[in-house]
Design a protein around this ligand. Sequence first.
Ligand code: NAD
Length: 311
Amino acid sequence: MLAIDLTGKHALVAGVADDGGFGFAIAKALVLAGAKVSVATWPPALGIFKMMLERGKLDASLALPGGEKMAFAKIYPLDAEFDRLEDVPAELKDNRRYRDAGDFTIGGLAAAIEADGGVDIVVHSLANGSEVKKPLLETSRRGYLSAVSASAYSMVSMARHLGPVMRRNGAFVSLSYIAAERAVPGYGGGMSSAKAALESDTRLLAYEVGRAWGHRVNCISAGPYASRAASAIGFIDQMIDYARRNAPLPEPITAEEVASTAAFLCSPLASGITGTTVYVDKGYHAMGIAVDREGAAPAVAPAAAGGGGAS
Ligand code: NAD
């Protein structure tokens, strides 16, 4: 049987702070494939995440098919807007959510991972845009640059800092969205620009990281999903409904579908794939027109499609 087998691998999933997003689902899929999984969590969300874990609030989501409970090898603090502690403004360092977190920068994360024996798989499942609700035209320079910093440069920096502490033939995966290449009004604040950069960087990083260390770099363009981050934007339910009505497969995506694709891309089964953005969106990206309107050409009815084979 051809199976995704990550036995003996250590995976880091950056961007997990609850059980409601892609990062958590990917962590679980990697565990199910046999990997040891650590996560990296944004300091403002770290305290509550650890408390939820300790109090058993996530037990149902952590349950594995055999009845066991999945456990993270390590939970690292990470603010992906910073590469070294010297760059962190004093007021943030003194903030109560940051001051006891240690070195929460990407450089600090890489040093901690190295001290813990290295890693084979790195998943970048994080994004932030303080002005995401603003149209691009109304986005400030500061808001735009911080969206690109947190959501795209963070991937470049992770490749640069973690690449050398990954065992050879490692794999990076990040998460993008169709707004990288098509206009999605409402996904503003420079977030669409950040996703475009993330997808473009996937190609050049694949080359540079491949030649430097033999690692692969891929990206998943996921359909809309009501995670905590997406729900905060304010119109995720309409986006899910619109995608469902207009995609070739008229149903919402699940986090597990994104997660199993990530696990595949990180596995030796995908050893020939790098520099690619894979769509996990029920085919929505392939459509050129909306079909949920009056007068739209009807889909082919099952009867007309026939039972198969020419007669
Ligand atoms: P999520 O809320 O589960 O994940 C986002 C994470 O980013 C959170 O854990 C948050 O704490 C973390 N984060 C924010 N700023 C950070 C920083 N500066 N440093 C470190 N961590 C930070 O939501 P999600 O929707 O699962 O998002 C995961 C990825 O999937 C993101 O890249 C997102 O853009 C992408 N994506 C989401 C959708 C969707 O509809 N949900 C669609 C396509 C792509």
